[in-house]
Design a protein around this ligand. Structure first.
Ligand code: SAM
Length: 285
């Protein structure tokens, strides 16, 4: 059933009521456009009864859209004023949906448990922490099957990038550990208040049926990824020397994984990094 979603006037009134000045530090840019909200919910293919986790609900723009789609929503908000107001806003605008919303007042990066295991992640993420928040939730909530997030355009293209692409980097490889990613459309900066000075993009993921390996392999893989991209322009033989002890040991490991030591990190897919991470290293190598 159609709900009254938040437009420019409602957002202004709520901000005034709460006496909130949106802070840049918390990435507070609120969506003031119902079409954008409905578009995100549609791209996320939210089904009635879905347990959705939303990170950073703010004044509730997207939360109301998720409730309109008959989802059960757990919303994690770091800002106490916003967390406290959200149930009241929903009670006022969508009283019938109020019992499908749970608000958790916490830093999303500190959350390792939720009242119910979420199946979808849908969020307009705080831009300064979007990648760590995404990776954190994928790591701690294996129940998450899919999701759609709005992020800064640059970051979104990086997350969804394939090996060899100019923007391919550590976030691309780490995200690929968990699932398949695609960008799902640009979003104008005009749909926000205040208007941010960057463009946005929607990014969608589907979790892999099976993860590439266990926790030990993930940690080892991510360490290699960090080293490889920290020194982007160096060959892997050089960039991975600190991890393997010296350039010669790095070259030996790379060859054992079937990889040319003169390649650069941006040429390796997740599977290559994971294979390299599983090469046994002899203690006296
Ligand atoms: N979802 C709302 C919307 O679409 O209008 C607000 C999105 S705004 C870009 C990001 C929100 O995330 C803000 O409400 C901010 O307070 C919140 N936030 C920032 N850092 C956070 C964190 N570490 N954990 C949880 N929420 C956070």
């Amino acid at each position: 059933s159609e709900l009254r979603l938040l437009g420019p006037a409602e957002i202004r009134d709520l901000a005034e009521l709460l006496d909130v000045t949106p802070t840049k530090k918390l990435g507070q840019n609120f969506v003031i456009d119902a079409n954008t909200v409905r578009r995100i919910v549609r791209v996320a293919e939210v089904q009635p009864g879905d347990r959705v986790v939303e990170i950073g609900p703010g004044l509730g723009s997207l939360t109301l859209g998720l409730l309109e789609a008959d989802a059960d929503v757990v919303a994690v908000e770091i800002d106490g004023r916003l967390a406290e107001q959200l149930p009241k806003t929903v009670q006022q605008l969508a009283p019938d949906a109020a019992d499908r919303l749970t608000v958790v007042h916490r830093d999303a990066l500190q959350i390792t448990e939720l009242p119910a295991d979420p199946v979808r992640l849908v969020a307009n993420l705080p831009y300064n922490v979007s990648v760590p928040v995404l990776l954190h939730f994928l790591e701690h909530f294996p129940s998450l099957r899919s999701g759609v997030v709005m992020v800064q355009a640059e970051v979104g293209h990086r997350i969804a990038a394939a090996p060899g692409s100019k923007v391919y980097g550590a976030p691309s490889v780490k995200a690929a550990w968990y699932g398949a990613w695609r960008t799902a459309g640009a979003v104008s900066r005009q749909v926000f208040w205040p208007v941010p000075n960057v463009d946005s993009v929607l990014v969608a993921f589907e979790r892999h049926d099976e993860q590439p390996g266990d926790e030990a392999l993930r940690l080892r893989t991510f360490a290699l990824v960090d080293a490889a991209f920290q020194q982007r322009r160096k060959t892997l033989r050089q960039a991975l020397a600190p991890v393997f002890g010296d350039p010669t040991s790095a070259a030996t490991a790379l060859q054992a994984a079937g990889l040319d030591p003169s390649l650069r990190g941006e040429q390796l897919a997740l599977a290559d990094f994971a294979r390299l991470a599983s090469v046994p290293v002899s203690p006296d190598a």
